[in-house]
Write a protein that binds this ligand. Structure first.
Ligand SMILES: Cc1cc2nc3c(=O)[nH]c(=O)nc-3n(C[C@H](O)[C@H](O)[C@H](O)COP(=O)(O)O)c2cc1C
Length: 504
């Protein structure tokens, strides 16, 4: 473990962590993991449980869940199967070595963003550290090696999450591809289980993984070697799950940069791909360049996606794993699925290069489709120009809401408050009739194509059609008259306020 410090509030070591299990232990050490057993997934009990957990506690407060065992197709499987391990923002603090003792979730997250931003090089790139190859004896993911006809993926607790899904899925696998020209790519794509030794691989069109495979096909190759890594450490999983890296940039190098230490990698059994050695399981195989149907699957917007006709698939050639592997199921559309801070800082750095008056950009994953942008408005029209640029370059930003810098974009209620108070739908909006859309957006008339809106919820200047004199906020009047009001209240009343917890 690198850079570990003792977290006085929790007694759990703060990361970065070298493995998923170290991270889960730390969450558990903070009392933020709920252990339960005996869930019957043939009755969709785990799915129903996760919905209820979030309904009752909310995404920001719900703990991680460790299912000790689970019934699938009439058989009890020993897990553990982990869920919601990236839900709370305090978990981002743990993973990136920022003490999450402070209870205020958005503050923890903002501290993580500040720390990551400080790690960028002077030209706003991420540090890279080359992985180090270790021998199979030193690789935990090789404790058990299963080859050829002995492989049966159905032996493991991969579940069907929704009754309408096309089947059971491995839905947190990082698919690793290597190309002599482009290098290595690591991307999280869902994999439908099609048989004991056959799984689907689902990079959407234009994902880096899709480009890698289609380039190999165009060069006349007939198949690609691949490895799917399950249970990677939280930082590597974040690299695999987001556009923190550019096409051709190696996610494992950048993960090492964030962790501050080279990742250990080990060569696969049936091909020459090198995979992180500390993961829970590796599924090796070969992807032929013809397509098969896949799906449907309950996607991240919370709607069942379409049955896809054109999907890659893989013949499994080896499975290697730790002696008692832990599994992760993503309850897609219910819980947050990865650590988002590296992606957020990457987006901020790239967009601030174009528009230095951007303060921050936040994509609230729990409500996909929204993008909250805060700016220091300098000239009339700034908000619409910036919003238009962001909404047309980030597919997930269907509704771009631009606010002034005094609004906390990590607090959706504050953003909605600004929209309600500061926004006039006319003229402070712009509709873009046709742009790219996320696959899985149930409102898109054609998969991948949709429209956008920019909502300018900044205080409108008179030149923008706003009032001649903008009203002061009540709170601003209070602090103007009584600048020390909150210090005074905190000193006298914080204990009373902090000790009040209606959930106790
Ligand atoms: C749990 C999870 C499942 C995902 N499933 C898919 C998927 O099935 N297909 C896809 O194209 N992207 C999926 N994504 C998003 C990609 O992982 C993400 O866009 C990533 O940047 C893709 O890697 P690439 O840029 O190297 O192609 C998923 C992300 C997460 C966190």
């Amino acid at each position: 473990m690198t850079d570990a410090i003792d977290n006085p509030a929790t007694k759990a070591p703060v990361g970065p962590y070298e493995s998923l299990r170290d991270y889960i232990d730390a969450i558990d050490g903070c009392g933020q993991a709920l252990h339960i057993s005996g869930l019957d997934q043939d009755a969709y009990e785990a799915t129903g449980f996760m919905y209820r957990l979030i309904d009752k506690l909310g995404w920001a407060d719900a703990p991680a869940v460790i299912f000790k065992n689970i019934k699938i197709n009439g058989q009890w499987h020993e897990g553990p199967v982990i869920a919601n391990q990236y839900g709370r923002w305090q978990f981002e603090g743990l993973a990136f070595g920022v003490d999450p003792a402070n209870d205020e979730q958005s503050e923890v997250y903002q501290n993580v963003l500040a720390k990551l931003e400080s790690l960028a090089t002077t030209d706003k790139q991420w540090q890279e550290i080359e992985p180090i190859e270790v021998s199979p004896e030193d690789a935990p993911c090789k404790q058990v090696v299963v080859l050829g006809d002995d492989i049966n993926i159905l032996d493991f607790p991969f579940i069907q999450t929704n009754p309408a899904d096309g089947g059971s899925y491995i839905n947190t696998g990082s698919v690793i591809l290597e190309d002599p020209e482009r290098g290595r790519n690591v991307g999280t794509y869902r994999c439908q289980i099609k048989g004991p030794r056959k799984i689907a691989i689902n990079p959407e069109k234009n994902q880096h993984g899709w480009t890698f495979l289609m380039d190999m096909k165009a060069r006349g190759e007939t198949s690609a070697k691949a490895a799917i890594v399950l249970g990677a450490d939280p930082v590597t999983f974040a690299m695999s799950s987001s556009k923190t890296t550019r096409l051709g940039q190696d996610e494992l190098f950048v993960a090492g940069g964030f962790i501050g230490k080279a990742l250990d990698v080990v060569q696969c059994e049936t091909n020459t791909i090198k995979v992180p050695a500390n993961v829970e399981m590796v599924i090796e195989g070969e992807i032929p360049f013809d397509f098969e149907p896949e799906g449907p699957f309950g996607e991240m917007y919370g709607y069942i996606g379409e049955h896809k006709e054109e999907n890659f698939y893989m013949h499994v050639t080896a499975v290697t794993h730790r002696k008692k592997p832990i599994f992760v199921n993503q309850f897609t559309g219910v819980t947050r699925s990865f650590l988002t801070s590296p992606m957020e800082v990457t987006t901020n750095l790239a967009m601030k290069k174009l528009f230095p008056n951007i303060v921050g950009i936040h994509l609230p994953l729990q409500t996909p489709g929204y993008c909250f942008i805060s700016i220091k408005k300098e000239t009339p029209g700034d908000a619409i120009t910036i919003g238009r640029n962001i909404t047309t370059s980030l597919k997930i930003a269907k509704i771009a809401i631009v606010v002034d810098e005094d609004v906390n974009i990590h607090n959706a209620i504050e953003v909605m408050h600004a929209v309600g108070a500061r926004w006039q739908p006319y003229p402070a909006s712009e509709i873009i009739e046709k742009a790219g859309a996320m696959g899985g957006d149930p409102s898109a008339p054609t998969r991948g194509v949709g429209s956008r809106i920019v909502v300018d919820a900044t205080r409108q200047l008179p030149e923008e059609g706003g009032p001649k004199q903008y009203s002061l906020m009540n709170r601003a009047c209070l602090t103007k008259e009584f600048p020390d009001i909150f210090e005074f209240i905190d000193e006298k009343w914080s204990e009373t306020i902090d000790s009040w917890n209606p959930k106790k």
